[in-house]
Design a binder for this molecule. Sequence first.
Ligand code: AMP
Ligand code: MG
Length: 350
Amino acid sequence: MNTIYKSVDAGNIDQSVIKEAGQIVRRGGLVAFPTETVYGLGGDALSPSSSKKIYEAKGRPSDNPLIVHIADMDDLDRIAENIPKAAYALADRYWPGPLTMIFKKKSVVPSETTGGLDTVAVRFPSHPVAQALIKASGGYIAAPSANISGRPSPTSGDHVRQDMDGRIDMIIDSGPCDIGLESTIIDLSTDVPMMLRPGFVSAEMLRQVVGELDTDPAVFHKAGADIRPKAPGMKYRHYAPKGKVAIVSGNRDDVIRYIRDKIDGNKGKVRTAVLSDSEDAGQFKEADLVADMGERSDESAIASRLYDMLRACDDENIEEIYSEEFNTPQLGQAIMNRLIKAAGHNTIKV
Ligand code: AMP
Ligand code: MG
């Protein structure tokens, strides 16, 4: 398949591109597009065959449901039912924005889109290009992240091109994503709301609106017989570069010493990268790649660089990646959740 590339300026949207992209989606094709979180791989959410194509293009297991994107509050109750008051309160505060809510689905939503579940995940993104495309496509776009399943999610048009060239009809490039980590997911189909995935909207921010909130244990613990993630996607290896990732945890001097020893031992034998905050980056100059994630307190920089840095490790054929822990107040949970998954729960305490 020949993939069409278009650049669209989010501040001055070329409507002819949006119209063309909307027609592709309406005819059952796939268009990758920017959102404020990561790039999405969009198809008509109400068409079973479009959803099947999304799974094929990504190599995604078919039991891993897609998020349905809307661009108008009135469209919510055409696809979802039993919508609790808390959902409207959350929407007031965080929609349009990086929050996905799960409800009982209505029958118009095909089970292909929801991975066979009787619930549907819905998000109203804030990115103007995403909103324009959703409207031009008929109102409902199913869109997972626009990466090959398992790889780090795409936060730039180039990332999408690396993974999706020749596999989909069109890629709309509007430059780097603002947030750079996927949306927060909250399940509102149960009595007590449950956070299934942390994101820009933190557990604390959710609690301020909904009161009582559970967190799926799978967010931070390894899935197994006793822990089965409620978001099916969370059970798969995720966000992972080709090299082996280890998170090094402990007091700062010990962490630096441990990683420097690894770099020394690997020199000339194993290509090694370090994900470090700016304050410590100078300590790791001997590594093959030092990913400077930003200053320790600059959580939005760390979040927005994470996937780009993991992809850079692949570009540099890195075999071992050591990461510091990032403890930031709002996005820290989301950053560490993605890192823990990328590392396959490999944390080294020093
Ligand atoms: P992605 O689109 O790549 O960000 O993945 C979407 C995430 O949302 C995956 O982890 C899915 O398992 C999760 N998800 C989507 N729909 C549902 C649902 N109905 N119930 C639980 N999790 C869902
Ligand atoms: Mg994804």
